[in-house]
Design a binder for this molecule. Structure first.
Ligand code: DGP
Length: 112
């Protein structure tokens, strides 16, 4: 399967690792939109948050267990933002489920 994030997880494409465990891998975004911009991906290839079901939702719960640890490692005690883009209207460019963690500075006005 030709997937950039699967290749990053496999170490075939270099990345700046921030966190990893049995369920997820987190690395710095190549095009940061904030001082700290981390992409958190499940080790399993799941297309997007629209493809979550009972059989794979453990990856999502494990990622959300990891998020406070990643935030603590980055000293984001003043807060941060988590975003996931889904499909064409959501402007998802990489078709492997991922959560953007943005922080490290005051973020711009939120959409919602
Ligand atoms: P999205 O637009 O939500 O699908 O976000 C995909 C993100 O992935 C985008 O912010 C840039 C990042 N990205 C794409 N390719 C690479 C890569 O090869 N390395 C790293 N570090 N980030 C990448």
């Amino acid at each position: 399967m030709d997937c950039i994030f699967c290749s990053i997880i496999a170490g075939e494409i270099p990345s700046t690792k921030v966190w990893e465990d049995d369920y997820c891998y987190a690395f710095r975004d190549i095009n940061p939109q904030a001082k700290d911009h981390v992409v958190i991906v499940p080790r399993a290839h799941i297309e997007s948050a629209d493809k979550i079901y009972a059989g794979n939702s453990v990856y999502v719960s494990k990622i959300f267990e990891a998020i406070p640890k990643i935030a603590a490692a980055l000293n984001l005690e003043n807060g941060y933002r988590i975003i996931t883009n889904i499909g064409e209207h959501g402007c998802q460019s990489v078709k492997h489920l991922h959560f953007h963690l943005l922080g490290g500075e005051q973020l711009p006005e939120k959409i919602v």
